[in-house]
Design a protein around this ligand. Structure first.
Ligand SMILES: Nc1ncnc2c1ncn2[C@@H]1O[C@H](COP(=O)(O)OP(=O)(O)OP(=O)(O)O)[C@@H](O)[C@H]1O
Length: 695
């Protein structure tokens, strides 16, 4: 797990030979008044000749970490800073921006004329090349394949004028990342060719496993890592069910909430990008245009420019649209199609709200989309191992969408190895806002089997562990036999979810190792909290897959209907009714249409407010952590009991000793008072309102 940010700058950061120059450059060259978290640390490390790995969320300020050192002459290494960058458009933007600050920056790529390229290589020959060029942006292809460029770099290196090498968008180095580029992997050669030249890798999206892989591939295993919270507090996350007519819903959403504001709609295919944009334009009057990889470069540049300038408001795009977008006021990002990984989702939603203002991210989820994406993986490039990994990434997105209980922020950040307390979400995701409505299932038995199995084998991958528990791969191994097939009643996605939950609970640890063929493999080992589960002191309860059905929220109409049906009602109660699986909660009562009674749930006919007076019942209330209930429940149940007794006394108008309680001395709010319905407008006549979260 990522450690909390260090908020104190160590004294040595301000007393190094370059510290004064750094301070001056920040203010006079970059015109900024202070550093953001980790910027000064990363700058100092690279000026000190160390390798550095910078993990910062989108818009966090990664560029300054290498642009500022490039203008400092008092660091341990001198000369030209080479920046490897995957996109030509991004390169040009950066060069223009730096030149506007009077920094000597240039690009070197295949789109340039030979004359221009030779002109730059000519600077490499000068005794002080940094007087002509401080930062040079290049594509990975140039570094790997251009003989002329490599010769130029070698000449710089020989003369001690290759100051440092920067690998921007470093997740492209890892084949486990969501945007692997083979040319990036070849950059591993750089360390061998230019030993002792410091390397800085930067990215906004990398899981712990991907970080290990990147470090290994770039041979910077001992680098200093600067990471910070990936949380984007100004973004609101919501998953909606994708139903027929979804484009109309999107059009309505944009017009009603984001009229005249800027946004992005992400989709999967070129065709759907064109169709959706056309519909938004023609039927909803939205200034929308499509963007995809098959468009001519000039058209792509025009769409991006018009959107950047606010002439276009909405771009409907494939993932080709994104890297390097620096528009501050993107107010919404809509995923019309399921993203292929949580990294992709994080990066795409991360384009919203770079100005720090409240912005919203909607993901439209349908099970049909999973199938098409699985087919795409099956038919796509890559080894079986890579495809397995891609399927795993997709499964993680599916868990995320199916999960109607856990805080979205907790889920996303956990994926990036960061712990986050859901209390701090402050209802800025649909699940926290809705307050929990889901099907809860006890997985403790399976969790214990998983922990014992992993302990017996010392470490296992997800596929190995799930394979044994699900009884997929027959084995005579005695370490496996006992647990073989114990979870065969579960779906593979449930087993995966359970293992990730154990990881989040510290019952498992992650151990990323480079295997014999140089690939980072994610293993699980037993963690410090495992024994509490094995000894029965803790339970593992998870939301089991709810099947994606539309969940309805209580509304005025629901109440009105209940009155008509003469049923007891509660806030938070579903009208979908007699489905035994459909447990609905108002955070205090648990109701069920199931067989009733024995597990603390009531049959639907007898639904009424239940009090969590026992540890067992309290533990079954969603959002009350069962482990906290076990630890602290005994303190609360007498309180709840006494409050409830007082409530009953007041309802009856007399206390337990038979003394009359005067009505004027208290206010009783009768939670089951159906008369309130008569105050509601339009009662009984209109159809039930569906949830605004799963329309
Ligand atoms: N210390 C700072 N003070 C003020 N503004 C800053 C500071 N550092 C960076 N910025 C500004 O923050 C914005 C985002 O910075 P930058 O483009 O470097 O982010 P990034 O991390 O590279 O994002 P992305 O991952 O999207 O490329 C820029 O407008 C930049 O000028």
């Amino acid at each position: 797990m990522r450690s909390p940010p260090n908020t104190f700058a160590a004294p040595e950061l301000t007393s190094r030979p370059w510290s004064k120059d750094v301070q001056i450059a920040l203010k006079s060259t970059f015109r900024m008044s202070g550093f953001r978290q980790n910027q000064l640390e990363a700058i100092s490390a690279i000026l000190d000749g160390k390798d550095a790995f910078v993990l910062m969320p989108t818009g966090g300020g990664k560029s300054l970490c290498y642009q500022l050192p490039a203008v400092i002459n008092t660091g341990k290494t001198h000369g030209v800073t080479i920046v490897v960058c995957p996109l030509l458009s991004l390169m040009q933007d950066q060069v223009d921006h730096l030149r506007a600050l009077n920094i000597r920056a240039d690009a070197f790529n295949s789109e340039m004329s030979t004359v221009s390229r030779n002109h730059i290589l000519g600077f490499f020959e000068k005794p002080h090349p940094e007087q002509f060029i401080q930062l040079l942006y290049v594509t990975p292809e140039m570094v790997n394949k251009s003989e002329t460029f490599r010769n130029g770099l070698s000449a710089l290196f020989e003369r001690g004028k290759l100051a440092r090498i920067i690998i921007d968008e470093a997740h492209c180095v890892s084949q486990w990342g969501h945007d692997f580029r083979p040319d990036y992997k070849m950059l591993g050669e750089v360390r061998r060719q230019y030993p002792n030249v410091p390397i800085m890798a930067l990215t906004a999206t990398a899981t712990p496993n991907v970080i290990v892989d990147i470090k290994h591939n770039l041979s910077i295993d001992a680098c200093r890592v600067f990471s910070q919270s990936f949380n984007r507090p100004n973004l609101y996350y919501e998953v909606r069910q994708k139903e027929k007519g979804v484009v109309n819903s999107i059009g309505d959403l944009i017009n009603s909430r984001y009229d005249g504001q800027t946004g992005i709609v992400y989709t999967l295919s070129r065709k759907s990008a064109e169709e959706i944009a056309q519909k938004l334009r023609e039927q909803f009057g939205i200034l929308a245009h499509h963007y995809h990889a098959l468009m001519e470069s000039v058209d792509k540049a025009r769409v991006q420019r018009n959107w950047q300038q606010g002439i276009l408001k909405v771009v409907v795009a494939t993932i080709a649209f994104g890297m390097g977008i620096d528009k501050a006021d993107v107010r919404f990002v809509i995923h019309y199609y399921l993203p292929k990984s949580l990294e992709g989702y994080y990066q795409e939603t991360g384009r919203a709200g770079r100005d720090g203002q409240q912005s919203d991210c909607y993901l439209y989820f349908s099970y049909g989309d999973i199938k098409s994406l699985r087919n795409l993986i099956a038919e796509g490039d890559g080894s079986e191992e890579q495809k397995g990994r891609q399927r795993g990434m997709l499964n993680r997105v599916v868990h995320f969408c199916e999960n109607k209980r856990d805080c979205r922020r907790v889920e996303i950040l956990q994926y990036f190895g960061e712990r986050f307390d859901k209390i701090d979400c402050q209802r800025t995701c649909d699940n926290c806002k809705a307050g929990g409505r889901f099907v809860l299932r006890d997985y403790t038995k399976f969790a214990v089997a998983a922990l014992q199995l992993i302990k017996a084998n010392r470490r296992m991958t997800m596929a190995q562990c799930a394979g044994v528990l699900l009884g997929k791969k027959p084995s005579n191994n005695r370490l496996v036999r006992q647990h073989y097939g114990v979870a065969k009643e579960l779906k593979p996605t449930e087993v995966h979810m359970m293992i990730y939950k154990l990881l989040a609970e510290d019952a498992l640890d992650e151990d990323n190792r480079i295997n014999r063929v140089g690939i980072a493999i994610q293993y699980f080992t037993v963690g410090r909290e495992a024994k509490d589960f094995v000894l029965g002191k803790r339970k593992l309860q998870l939301v089991s897959s709810a099947g994606g059905e539309t969940v309805k929220v209580p509304s005025a109409m629901h109440s009105a209907n209940r009155k008509r049906n003469n049923e007891a009602s509660l806030p938070g109660q579903s009208d979908e009714g007699n489905n035994a699986e459909s447990l609905v909660s108002n955070n205090f009562a648990i109701l069920s249409g199931g067989s009733g009674g024995s597990d603390g749930f009531m049959p639907r006919k007898h639904q009424k407010l239940e009090r969590p007076v026992s540890k067992e019942l309290g533990g079954s209330v969603p959002d009350i952590d069962v482990n906290h209930m076990n630890k602290l429940g005994f303190r609360f149940s007498p309180l709840v009991k006494s409050a409830y007794n007082q409530y009953c006394d007041k309802l009856r108008g007399q206390d337990s000793k038979g003394n009359v309680i005067s009505r004027s001395s208290y206010e009783v709010i009768d939670l089951d008072n159906r008369d309130v319905d008569s105050l509601l407008p339009g009662k009984c006549e209109e159809p039930l309102e569906t949830s605004k979260y799963f329309r």
